[in-house]
Design a protein around this ligand. Structure first.
Ligand code: NDP
Length: 245
């Protein structure tokens, strides 16, 4: 695989479990400086201890992506430590599945706040710094659900289609900043552990148990995009289980 090998400062939101934690592990293994954020700081501390014991540079920071102040503190912590921000992986996400007719409005708002507003806040918090540096890379997690719509996933899909749309707009407006959308299919994580209608959650869990690929497979796809030379922008990656339709 061709690509760059220098150490970068890589910020990852939602790094306390699943794809975010796997990406932090992958980035640390590659020698990058990782700054990891999430609400569950006990998980972040445990992950940081694990990676540091292997010699990695890791900064755990409490982060709620639904707050622009929290997002700014996260990126400021990275800048204070490393003086630059090379990559932001906007990974934090929630997926409380339910039919629209259930009118679970608080969960709709949570999905919009975390999956869409959180990505925008992440972009807002790093874009001026990346422009000043004359470069950077923003990796946004969409989903196979950002390419197709299924029952019980309409609102989740709407947020993930939106992430793809705003990423494409950002890409077109950016000459020096690379923008990548990574769209996973069923991946082993804690995504179906929180919220949603009981039946919809059970169906998603059953499908995940049968099909899901490890979170490290998605981390590898993210690492591939990040590892390309700075004039090569991998715009979109869909990575799903071979058996997923
Ligand atoms: P997990 O539930 O394992 O991880 C989600 C992460 O998001 C956690 O670290 C959680 O941390 C964080 N998070 C949630 N809310 C907030 C918040 N308000 N502020 C900061 N962090 C938050 O799921 P995945 O690893 O699967 O999800 C990662 C991304 O991948 C998501 O965007 C998801 O939509 C996407 N994806 C996942 C697929 C799958 O099959 N697993 C398929 C397609 C896309 P904490 O609770 O500690 O704050």
């Amino acid at each position: 695989m061709t690509g760059t090998t220098e150490s970068k400062t890589v910020l990852i939101t939602g790094a306390s479990s699943g794809i975010g934690a796997a990406t932090a592990r992958r980035m640390a293994t590659l020698g990058h400086h990782v700054v990891i954020g999430a609400r569950r700081t006990d998980r972040l501390t445990a992950l940081a201890d694990e990676l540091r014991s292997d010699g990695a540079t890791v900064t755990p920071v409490e982060l709620d992506v639904t707050s622009i102040e929290s997002m700014r503190s996260f990126t400021e912590a990275a800048l204070a430590e490393h003086g630059r921000i090379d990559v932001l992986v906007n990974n934090a996400g929630v997926m409380p599945l339910a039919p629209i007719a259930d009118l679970r409005i608080a969960e709709w708002e949570q999905m919009i706040d975390v999956n869409l507003r959180g990505v925008l806040y992440g972009i807002a918090a790093v874009l001026p710094q990346m422009r000043e540096q004359g470069g950077g890379h923003i990796v946004n997690l969409s989903s196979v659900s950002g390419h197709r719509v299924d029952p019980t996933a309409a609102v989740y899909s709407a947020t993930k289609f939106a992430v793809a749309a705003l990423s494409e707009g950002l890409r077109q407006e950016s000459q020096d900043i690379r923008v990548t959308v990574v769209s996973p299919g069923f991946t082993r994580s804690e995504l179906t552990d929180h919220g949603g209608a009981t039946e919809a959650r059970a169906a998603a869990r059953a499908a995940a148990e049968e099909l899901a690929i490890p979170a490290s497979s998605v981390a590898d796809a993210i690492a591939y995009a990040i590892g390309q030379p700075t004039d090569v922008d991998v715009n979109e990656i869909i990575v799903r289980p071979a058996k997923q339709r």
